[in-house]
Design a protein around this ligand. Structure first.
Ligand code: 26W
Length: 822
């Protein structure tokens, strides 16, 4: 049993103060007069961690007491964002800590801003994993997240002369108080080498894998505390190291250079996150990374299962393993290898266990994002797994040939191996064959999956498919990032909505209340002033907080169409130039997002945004009615400052391309109205908030497909639309680039003659819709009402709802409340 008010567990202002002072002395070795801001940050972080540890230990105990099925989430990315403030909120001690630090003469905000966020993900998929970990803990579901402890996360973006410049993200530089290194918890992972085939004593044909290299994975655990519950789950990230034994062997053989070199090779595996999203580059190191974390995780799970006294063939009764896209899909082959080669099961038993263990979430329909591995490359890293995949494929195709009446086209599409100039492994096919459940991340996306990319699998196994519309955690994306709005909402409907987001509907009855509208818009204005200050600091640009904040923040990608947004900016600018007295609503366009370092056109889109900004922001004719801001280094920390300030949320991807989107949800929850296409979760958001509270434009996914199949001619649209033509001519002639007509050549060419993402086909519809936004914004009362109704009707998009659905339909797990003195 735990003392209620000791310095490591107490939650009062007094004990918190004492804990911070204690840690300053005993952990940082400092006294107040010489302590730095980082010393205080660390002292507070350890004080918070102590309180979480108490709950963490209690959770582990609880889980081991009786048998519960545990959710295991396998993800190559976790985009967590800063921990400190989130943990204070979930512990329910934000106010107390604010008071405690104040009494020590320091500001809590100042410490919170000191934290360097762990950017261990690219974008949507990584952030979703983080929201899901929060919801699993909040719903008191036993869960463990597995991933990679990248030494360098997503690069830091700087803008120089309008161009993106990348810098390394050395997030561990000042240490990480939120993790515990479990040196004793480590596994060996084999890589490369060759197979030896032999027949064993029982006459069984066997493959022995003689690896070229063995690396060691060491567990680093981070506690994930739920909101106002004791449940604290584990995020277990693997760091790669050289096994000790290896050094010795080579060293004794006198090959010092070789030993040192091998050590570097081993450590490289968890060195850096690949910064591509939605395009694969087929690098060997990425496959090694994927296999490394998957193998460590499965060995760990099997260990946990067996230590509970269970039989290996009952593995699926202890764990349900979710594959976050195909990045960890090699787990299916690895599970088979572990069961066959290390645990001596026969094929059919091993396959029964495996195919009842895994479930697969698809996050993209873009063909260039579907993972394929060159067969020879795959073999050079995982020779035994290739053999296993061949056998899975042989048995699978044997079984399906009958069912598809030997249709060679179907068989080719279902096969795990692709043929061509070079053979390759199709990871999505492996995931589909080896999983008992397959899901998309929004209703439209799941329908498209069933009709296109996974069509043949849907025909074979319709019962495996379901939709699980994404969601986001209201704790981080409302309570933490928008405390003023949180307070206002709670003053009207209480604070139950934080855990039960549907309760936001209680706000509907205040949507017409003038006092409430005023308070609502006052909060918005205050958040806009905050962001304006940040923008000024970071970019030097003055923006008017009374102007409409029109915001597009997300990875930079052609399919997301930031350049369509910029075409609108140019169009408004030209209207002003042609008629300087024109009456338009002042707007501040905020863009933010990173481009994959190797993605030339995306980088050019950033340059274009900045070049247009330079002209528009400084033209006296504009009279400050338009401002274009590119806010550098978009990450979780910056997102938290941006969402609350948005009036308008740009969700303008080509219909059928954005699997779901989750930023769309965060913006709408914070009272932004959406201008968007019928794509991803936009469809469902519009259904919920009401079509009169959503600015819809553009082609539907079906229309896009039809136009493409009929032969799309962007040049025709360009010739026939005067405003579009003018904007394009200006870009190409160097109007925005000091008359340099070479800078944007590639971008202009790709639009005029190819325009894969149908910007030109959607241009007119977009502009007309933006004109409606302009009109709507002038009616302050109506806008306030629409804004309130957006928030009020977003209940569905809590990640708690998503996780509940996964628990009931896929994982079949229930909550296990944790008590502190059990
Ligand atoms: C092989 C390279 C690569 C890397 C990352 C391909 C694909 C990815 C991810 C699947 C990209 C991603 O983050 N997808 C996003 O997932 C979100 C969460 O489900 C969705 O909301 C977004 O629409 C989808 O783009």
């Amino acid at each position: 049993n735990v003392l209620v008010e000791d310095a490591r567990t107490g939650l009062t202002v007094e004990t918190l103060k004492k804990a911070i002072q204690n840690n300053l002395f005993y952990v940082q070795g400092k006294y107040p007069e010489i302590a730095t801001r980082n010393d205080y940050y660390m002292a507070l972080a350890y004080a918070v961690r102590d309180r979480i540890l108490q709950r963490w230990v209690a959770s582990v105990k609880q889980y081991l007491q009786e048998k519960h099925r545990i959710v295991s989430y396998l993800s190559a990315e976790y985009l967590l964002g800063p921990h400190l403030a989130n943990n204070l909120i979930n512990l329910g001690i934000y106010k107390e800590t604010e008071q405690a630090t104040k009494e020590l003469g320091i500001s809590l905000d100042w410490l919170i801003e000191k934290e360097v966020e762990p950017g261990l993900g690219n974008g949507g998929l990584g952030r979703l994993a983080a929201c899901y970990m929060d919801s699993l803990a909040t719903l008191e579901v036993p869960a463990i997240g597995y991933g990679i402890r990248y030494q360098f996360g997503i690069f830091e973006q700087d803008i120089r002369d309008g161009w993106q410049v990348e810098d390394t993200d050395n997030w561990l530089r000042r240490g990480n108080p939120w993790e515990i290194a479990r040196r004793e918890l480590s596994y060996d992972v084999k890589l490369g080498g060759y197979l030896q085939h032999y027949t064993d004593r029982d006459g069984k044909f066997r493959s022995k894998w003689i690896p070229e290299l063995t690396v060691k994975g060491v567990a680093y655990d981070t506690p994930i505390l739920g909101y106002k519950v004791n449940t604290t789950n584990t995020l277990r990230l693997w760091k790669s190291e050289a096994p000790r034994s290896f050094d010795f062997q080579s060293f004794n053989a006198g090959d010092y250079n070789f030993a040192v070199n091998q050590k570097i090779v081993c450590e490289n595996l968890s060195k850096v996150l690949y910064p591509n999203d939605e395009t694969l580059n087929g690098k060997k190191l990425r496959l090694q990374q994927q296999y490394f974390f998957v193998s460590c995780s499965l060995q760990d799970m099997i260990g946990i299962h067996l230590r509970q006294g269970e039989k290996i063939e009952d593995f699926q009764s202890t764990f349900s393993v979710q594959l976050n896209d195909t990045h960890p899909a090699v787990a299916i082959a690895e599970m088979m290898r572990l069961l066959l080669d290390e645990h001596d099961l026969d094929w059919s038993t091993a396959w029964r266990v495996t195919s009842r263990t895994f479930a697969y979430t698809n996050h993209t329909l873009l063909p260039e994002a579907l993972e394929k591995w060159d067969l020879e490359l795959f073999q050079s890293v995982l020779p035994r797994h290739l053999e296993i995949i061949y056998e899975i494929n042989r048995r699978f195709l044997d079984e399906v040939t009958v069912r598809v009446y030997g249709d060679p086209e179907k068989i080719r599409s279902l096969s795990l191996i692709g043929e061509g100039p070079r053979k390759y492994i199709k990871m999505a096919n492996l995931a589909c064959v080896g999983s008992y459940a397959i899901n998309g991340v929004a209703a439209l996306h799941t329908e498209l999956l069933k009709k296109t990319v996974l069509k043949d699998f849907y025909a074979l196994y319709p019962e495996k498919f379901s939709n699980k519309t994404n969601g986001v955690t209201p704790r981080r994306w409302m309570v933490l990032s928008n405390p003023k709005l949180t307070e206002l909402i709670s003053s009207k409907i209480g604070d139950g909505w934080i855990k039960h987001l549907e309760e936001l509907s209680g706000l509907e009855k205040f949507a017409d209340d003038p006092d409430f509208q005023k308070q609502w818009m006052d909060v918005k204005l205050e958040m806009k002033k905050n962001l304006a200050r940040k923008i000024k600091n970071r970019t030097g640009i003055d923006v008017n907080p009374e102007s409409m904040f029109d915001i597009q923040v997300k990875r930079i990608h052609e399919y997301k169409r930031q350049h369509l947004n910029i075409l609108h900016v140019i169009t408004l600018y030209n209207r002003i130039k042609q008629n300087p007295e024109i009456d338009i609503v002042p707007r501040t366009f905020v863009f933010a997002g990173k481009a994959a370092p190797g993605y030339k056109l995306a980088k050019l889109m950033i340059k274009l945004i900045n070049s247009v900004g330079d002209i528009v922001n400084n033209d006296p004719d504009v009279k400050d009615r338009l401002k274009v801001v590119f806010y550098p280094n978009y990450n979780v920390t910056n997102a938290q400052k941006i969402y609350p300030a948005a009036d308008l949320s740009e969700q303008i991807s080509t219909a059928g391309k954005e699997a779901s989107g989750t930023g769309n949800m965060k913006l709408s929850m914070n009272g932004a109205l959406t201008i968007g296409t019928l794509d991803g979760a936009n469809v469902e958001i519009r259904e919920c908030v009401g079509e009169e509270n959503f600015f819809l434009f553009g082609l539907t996914a079906e229309e896009v497909a039809r136009i493409k199949s009929e032969g799309y001619n962007p040049y025709g649209y360009y010739q026939n639309n005067a405003e579009l033509k003018l904007a394009m001519d200006q870009i190409s002639s160097g109007y925005f680039s000091h008359l340099d007509d070479t800078v944007f050549k590639d971008l202009v060419k790709s639009l005029l003659y190819d325009d894969q993402f149908l910007l030109f086909a959607d241009y007119q519809s977009y502009i007309e819709c933006q004109d409606k936004v302009d009109v709507a914004y002038r009616d302050k009362v109506k806008w306030a009402k629409m804004s309130i109704l957006n928030t009020a009707r977003m209940g569905k998009f809590s990640s708690d709802r998503s996780i509940q659905e996964y628990c009931e339909d896929i994982w079949k797990v229930k909550s296990v409340p944790v008590s502190l003195n059990g």
